[in-house]
Ligand binder design. Structure first.
Ligand code: GDP
Ligand code: MG
Length: 181
């Protein structure tokens, strides 16, 4: 397993967005296929990994689960964006403020990615709450699609709490302590 992992390509995926939109839960879901029963507020950045078999090639996703606290962020932001392969901009579909903040996050990305064209994904989380929230309180898909188009992003809605596995990928047994960078 160890030689297999050291040889596989690693993709750094940065997860950003307002606090409480579900970034930590999403990265747990991706790396452990679980919704955590309890999460603590992220401080600075946490790392989670996921090994995937994509069309026969083993790849490693290195998920950077970030937090928004100003005092931590300032010094760390350049590290977040260094050699990044993809950025996920996460908002909560039940929290319009988190959607409105996206322009700030996009601006941070622009300032720090030094002219590189980084693949960007807009992720509306907490779709499991769609039915319990009045429709006019939700961020509409139409609005999100427009935003994604304007900012050249792929758009997805999801739920870290309740989701099905993408069909294109196969789960690979993963032994964390044997991973080399
Ligand atoms: P972060 O600050 O962006 O990392 O957000 P967290 O992952 O810590 O989640 C904030 C809160 O939202 C927690 O209480 C989670 O249980 C909850 N949460 C996260 N994702 C979902 C989701 O998809 N659906 C629902 N209903 N709650 C969620
Ligand atoms: Mg967090």
């Amino acid at each position: 397993v160890s030689s297999l992992l050291s040889g596989c390509r690693t993709f750094k995926v940065l997860v950003i967005g307002d606090s409480a939109v579900g970034k930590t839960c999403l990265t747990h879901r991706l790396s452990a296929a679980q919704f955590p029963s309890c999460v603590e507020a992220t401080i600075g950045v946490d790392f989670r990994e996921r090994l995937l078999d994509v069309d026969g090639e083993m790849i490693k996703l290195q998920l950077w689960d970030t937090a928004g606290q100003e005092r931590f962020r300032k010094s760390m932001v350049p590290h977040f964006y260094r050699n990044v392969h993809a950025v996920l901009f996460v908002y909560d579909i039940t929290c319009r403020a988190s959607f409105n903040s996206l322009t700030t996050w996009v601006e941070e990305c622009r300032r720090n990615s030094l002219g590189q064209e980084v693949p960007r994904f807009l992720v509306g989380n907490k779709t499991d709450l769609r039915d319990v929230i009045r429709a006019d309180g939700l961020v509409s898909q139409e609005q999100a699609k427009n935003f994604a188009k304007t900012h050249n992003m792929m758009f997805f809605e999801t739920s870290a709490k309740c989701t099905s596995r993408p069909r294109c990928v196969r789960e690979v047994p993963y032994q964390r302590d044997k991973v080399e960078d």
